[in-house]
Design a protein around this ligand. Structure first.
Ligand SMILES: C[S@@+](CC[C@H](N)C(=O)[O-])C[C@H]1O[C@@H](n2cnc3c(N)ncnc32)[C@H](O)[C@@H]1O
Length: 305
């Protein structure tokens, strides 16, 4: 039954989000085949459904802050036979959210961070270059939008955001072009922002020159790095002894945060780093799912009681 949920051969499900490195996630996460796990980033339920299918005695508490993801869950809730609980919350609140449902610690935590393909491709969300809106919130309950940042932040603040979260080397020139363009009225769409950036930066091979600024805005609007840092700092107290944390990340800023956290916890005797080297997707998977190209997995195991 569960096979019908988000498997690559169903075009509608696959369109939501193809789970990245599914075999590796199963291999590194599961240490107790009767355990209770947390999937911090349910999305289209790709990883959760695979795990529930492969390990028929585990249960999962899934987090996602996006109402679309919650709807995905609701539509298919019945096929999980009570083995999957959904919590619509920021995963940084993992400890309090688990405590609210009477759970202290779990057998493993998975986070596949960033936006889903569905969020990215949905033109009404404003993540893509040709979108007619400028929003970029993953959780529409949050107040801050990309439109507000682009239209009301000072030139220096904008340049800092583009540099810090996008490692954009033309950050100052792009911020200046945005502020200049604002004199003629509000920038209302991702498309307009894209055009402003393209007037400053020429193409760099196959990569769109606006990629880094869009990434920076998205990370800033959603406080992505801060949320990841908070999750990582809460994780040891939410894991049983012998339980693992597995993080799938998509860019170097996130991977650095995970790497440093695991290293520090290993030095403090909290974690054993499970895979000494970062795990990347293989050629066949990248061919089928190009998004997997930049994915990296790191895994650690809690070693004290
Ligand atoms: C890359 S997708 C996960 C896809 C999922 N693993 C699957 O196989 O379908 C990331 C998801 O995490 C959610 N997300 C990102 N940051 C979050 C946060 N801080 N709290 C809760 N959900 C978050 C996004 O809304 C998105 O749905």
């Amino acid at each position: 039954m569960l096979q019908s949920f988000n498997t690559p051969n169903r075009r509608d499900r696959a369109a939501y989000h193809l789970p990245v490195m599914p075999l590796e996630v199963c291999k590194y996460l599961i240490t107790d085949e009767n355990g209770l796990y947390v999937d911090c980033t349910f999305g289209g339920g790709g990883h959760s459904s695979l795990l529930l299918q492969k390990f028929p005695n585990i249960k999962i508490i899934a987090f996602d802050w996006d109402a679309d993801s919650q709807n995905e869950f609701k539509e298919r809730e019945n096929i999980f036979n009570g083995r999957l609980t959904f919590v619509r919350d920021n995963f940084k609140n993992i400890k309090s959210a688990l405590s609210n449902i009477g759970v202290g610690s779990v057998s493993g935590i998975l986070a596949d961070v960033g936006v889903s393909s569905k969020q990215f491709d949905d033109e009404t969300r404003g993540f893509s270059f040709n979108s007619s809106v400028l929003d970029m919130r993953m959780d529409l309950r949050n107040a801050l939008t990309a439109k507000e940042v682009v239209n009301s932040y000072g030139q220096e603040e904008l340049a800092d955001i583009f540099y810090k979260y996008g490692e954009e080397y033309r950050s100052k020139q792009i911020a200046s072009a945005i502020v200049e363009r604002r004199k003629r009225g509000i920038i209302t769409s991702a498309r307009e922002l894209h055009d402003i950036i393209r007037n400053v930066k020429k193409s760099e091979g196959k990569i769109n020159p606006a990629t880094k600024v869009f990434q920076a805005l998205r990370i800033f609007v959603n406080s992505e790095l801060e949320n990841l840092e908070t999750l990582l700092s809460c994780a040891p107290s939410a894991l049983n002894k012998g339980a693992r944390i597995v993080i799938v990340s998509f860019h170097s800023l996130e991977d650095r945060i995970v790497k440093n956290n695991f290293k520090q916890n290993a030095l403090n005797g909290v974690y054993n780093i499970v895979a000494k080297k970062v795990i990347a997707a293989g050629y066949e998977e990248i061919k089928q799912n190009p998004r997997a190209r930049s994915a990296k997995i790191r895994a650690a195991e809690k070693i004290y009681e």
